[in-house]
Design a protein around this ligand. Structure first.
Ligand code: AVI
Length: 305
């Protein structure tokens, strides 16, 4: 049976509690808001990962080696790819992202900076599996998945995704991945509920995007941002909470939300390093070289079969 487009969204909205996949954060405006988040004083992951890559540039470059084919999943603005390209001079770059226009602009920026680089933009939902064009070399691939985005998947799905990354590379390939580690709850919660309200706007923007995709009539101003650390599950949770009783309609459906009812929009898991390296091993990446910052907040891992 052919399901109607975006039936995952309408299905999620009618669940109790309701949910929307975090992949719908990233329309053009959402991608810009995420970029603004990465510059916030409270949001340490991007800055910490960048500093790590700069501090350990030589040993990362030595571990990876030159002339690779870089495949970046969720490439976004390609800022980290730019840093990595300077370090390891790849022959080919493939950026994969759900936000097509945003990605194309970013990949063009890479072509401008590295004229010898064969840089491609591949628009698509990496959560559904990546299939690369036939002319992308099979040997010497390095999958690049920075920013701790793996934390946005529930552990079984994260394991599937790591296994898919293993399928994308031959035995001479590898994976360079960023992992956000558990830390003080106050630091974590501030990172997902910043004083300037940018993360709140990022969270609410998902409703605007959903309105466009399924024709719903969410009144965005009536939804409040909630973010907290769930210690038991070792994850930040983000939700949108109805400020008043409200009725939401879309073609072919709708539902009522009572005041205080929530839509779960995101999890961001914080894996202890041994838990994560075990997951990598189960996905087929038996060897891992790890770089961490002095506070032990973030890790960059080079994993190989
Ligand atoms: C993309 N991802 C790794 C971000 C995170 O930290 O989980 C998404 C994000 N959500 C709120 N702030 C940032």
């Amino acid at each position: 049976m052919l399901l109607p487009r975006y039936s995952d969204i309408t299905h999620g909205l009618t669940q109790r509690p309701a949910r929307i996949s975090p992949k719908y954060f990233y329309d053009q405006h959402g991608s810009q808001l995420f970029e603004a988040i990465t510059r916030l004083p409270e949001y340490y992951p991007t800055r910490t990962e960048m500093a790590l890559m700069q501090a350990h540039a030589d040993s990362i470059a030595h571990a990876i080696g030159p002339g690779r084919t870089l495949i970046e999943l969720g490439a976004g603005n390609c800022q980290k790819a730019r840093t990595l390209c300077r370090l390891v001079q790849p022959a080919c770059f493939v950026g994969v992202d759900i936000s097509a226009d945003f990605l194309e602009q970013a990949v063009q920026g890479l072509r401008d900076e590295f004229p010898a680089l064969d840089a491609r933009a591949l628009a698509g939902d990496m959560t559904l599996g990546v299939s690369l064009p036939d002319d992308i070399p099979r040997t010497g691939r390095l999958v690049f998945y920075p920013g701790s985005s793996i934390g946005n998947f529930d552990p079984p799905h994260a394991l599937d995704l790591l296994a898919h990354m293993r399928e994308l590379v031959d035995d001479d390939g590898g994976l360079l991945i960023g992992i956000d580690l558990p830390k003080d709850v106050a630091v974590l919660e501030a990172a997902y509920d910043d004083a300037a309200g940018v993360t709140a706007e990022f969270n609410r923007n998902v409703l605007r995007h959903v309105n466009r995709l399924i024709g719903s009539d969410f009144d965005v101003a009536q939804w409040q941002h909630r973010a907290f650390f769930n210690t038991e599950a070792s994850r930040i949770e983000m939700h949108l909470e109805a400020a008043t009783d409200t009725e939401v309609c879309w073609p072919g459906g709708g539902r009522r939300f009572d005041r205080g009812e929530r839509i779960h929009t995101e999890n961001s898991y914080k894996y202890p390093l041994p838990v994560f390296t075990d997951m990598l091993a189960r996905a087929g990446f038996a060897q891992a070289q790890v770089w961490t910052d002095e506070r032990g907040w973030f890790a960059v891992v080079h994993a190989r079969p």
